[in-house]
Design a protein around this ligand. Structure first.
Ligand SMILES: Cc1cc2nc3c(=O)[nH]c(=O)nc-3n(C[C@H](O)[C@H](O)[C@H](O)COP(=O)(O)OP(=O)(O)OC[C@H]3O[C@@H](n4cnc5c(N)ncnc54)[C@H](O)[C@@H]3O)c2cc1C
Length: 398
């Protein structure tokens, strides 16, 4: 078999965006995308909040700050060019009390440092101008935040790169990627595939593939289930765009928010519960192997000791929908438990290191001819086109 120039593992938004970027740089390159599931965008790319983040939260100078702000505008331009529906609807981050003001100030500072356009501080009286049913003591308005269906973006990318000659094979699981001199062997469920270079964007399974390919076992992916509730159609008027809390700065999650989706629904969530399986979309699903791996990782226990209070709150939210709705009603007081119905769920691939720290920034592992994405949680979908450029640069330098 003639070796491929590049094999990209994973038919999520990162694998597809990277295959696209590599092809744009070398239009004659033979590029193959391998996806284990029968279809693309089957995991995080197809199960998320659908928010095009503006870049407010991230530490200035971090990869998240740089790639989110670059990726956001690139994504809007991509959607314009490829007819993917989106809405630049803006969002409010609301402080509920005086105690949250220092953290809101820090977010405003970060947003300005990161060059987020149009940020505006609102007083309590100004909040209803943007969200008539919301309340708080102050807020930050970000007009450049938007919404999109990331699975639709991924499908547009897949169609585009296929029309340019990229081959996408679904139903093929990659077991390892190993370098043998100038050739890299991608070992799969369908046999070995030779290539010059490879990139692994395996999301929830990225640590396993990296380790099987000789990369460090640290960090591990710990799956966090994010459950949503949906507003019933008659209650959707309570939320015009996006309402977010001031997040806990010790966690890489943004907290339970109220999110309008591009299909017109309003979602409440996501929660952040340690998941018993890397594909636990249903609460009944568990996988002994996944549980064993999570429990054997020393970082899990250290993380649990540090965040046990947060864990208990999340379990309470998962067990009692009314408690979860009450938490959201702090932002929208007229919201009642009877306004909501069950919604979808997504599983976050969150890297946790041996010391129990949840990796805050995007992380990559590089070996000769191979780049492994090791941590690409939110806002990686927003940042996908910018992350693809970074991966292509690293691959060229590897
Ligand atoms: C609940 C939730 C809410 C989120 N909200 C947002 C948001 O609002 N905005 C935002 O920007 N980001 C958000 N994110 C994050 C975003 O969805 C992810 O960062 C992004 O989708 C990651 O893309 P990916 O391609 O790396 O991973 P994935 O989409 O998970 O794709 C990885 C693919 O690799 C395949 N794969 C894995 N192992 C193998 C193998 N061995 N062989 C072949 N194929 C393999 C998988 O089947 C999968 O299709 C959210 C995520 C979650 C879970």
């Amino acid at each position: 078999m003639k070796p491929w120039d590049v094999v990209a593992v994973g038919g999520g938004i990162l694998g597809l965006a990277t295959a696209r970027e590599l092809l744009l740089r070398s239009p004659d390159a033979r590029v193959l995308v391998l996806e284990r599931e029968p279809e693309i965008a089957a995991h995080q790319t197809g199960h998320n909040s659908g928010v095009i983040h503006a870049g407010i939260y991230y530490k200035p100078g971090s990869l998240k700050a740089k790639l989110c702000t670059e990726g956001r505008e690139a994504l809007y331009a991509y959607c314009d060019a490829h007819g993917v529906p989106y809405e630049r609807c803006g969002k409010l981050i609301i402080a509920l009390n005086q105690a949250e003001l220092p953290a809101l100030n820090e977010l405003e500072h970060r947003g300005r440092e990161n060059g987020v356009p149009g940020l505006r501080r609102l007083s309590a009286a100004e909040i209803p101008e943007i969200e008539p049913h919301a309340t708080g003591v102050a807020a930050l308005h970000s007009p450049s935040t938007g919404i999109v269906d990331f699975a639709a973006v991924a499908r547009a990318m897949a169609a585009e790169i296929q029309s340019l000659g990229v081959t996408i094979q679904t139903g093929v699981a990659v077991r390892s990627i190993t370098c043998h001199g100038a050739t890299t062997i991608v070992s799969t469920s369908e046999g070995d595939i030779p290539t010059s270079r490879a990139v692994a964007c395996a999301g929830l399974w990225s640590d396993r593939l990296a380790q099987a390919s000789g990369d460090d076992e640290n960090p591990r992916i710990i799956p966090f289930r994010g459950g949503y509730a949906k507003l019933k159609p008659e209650a959707r008027h309570l939320v015009k765009s996006l309402i977010y809390p001031v997040p806990d700065p010790s966690l890489p999650f943004l907290g339970v928010h109220l999110t309008k989706t591009i299909s017109g629904d309003v979602w409440l969530g996501p929660t952040a519960l340690l998941a018993p399986s890397r594909s636990a979309y249903s609460l009944k699903e568990f996988n002994r192997f996944d549980i064993g791996e999570t429990l054997r990782w020393p970082g899990t226990w250290k993380m649990a000791r540090r965040f046990w209070r947060t864990g208990l709150t999340e379990m309470h939210f998962a067990a009692r929908r009314s408690a979860f709705v009450e938490a959201c009603a702090a932002y929208v007081p007229s919201l009642k438990p009877s306004d909501v119905e069950p919604g979808p769920a997504g599983i976050r691939a969150q890297a946790v290191d041996r010391s129990g720290a949840l990796l805050d920034d995007f992380a990559f592992g590089t070996a000769p001819g191979v780049v492994h994405v090791r941590n690409a949680p939110s806002p990686a979908a927003t940042s996908s086109l910018a992350i693809a450029k970074l991966i292509a640069d690293r691959l060229a330098a590897s």
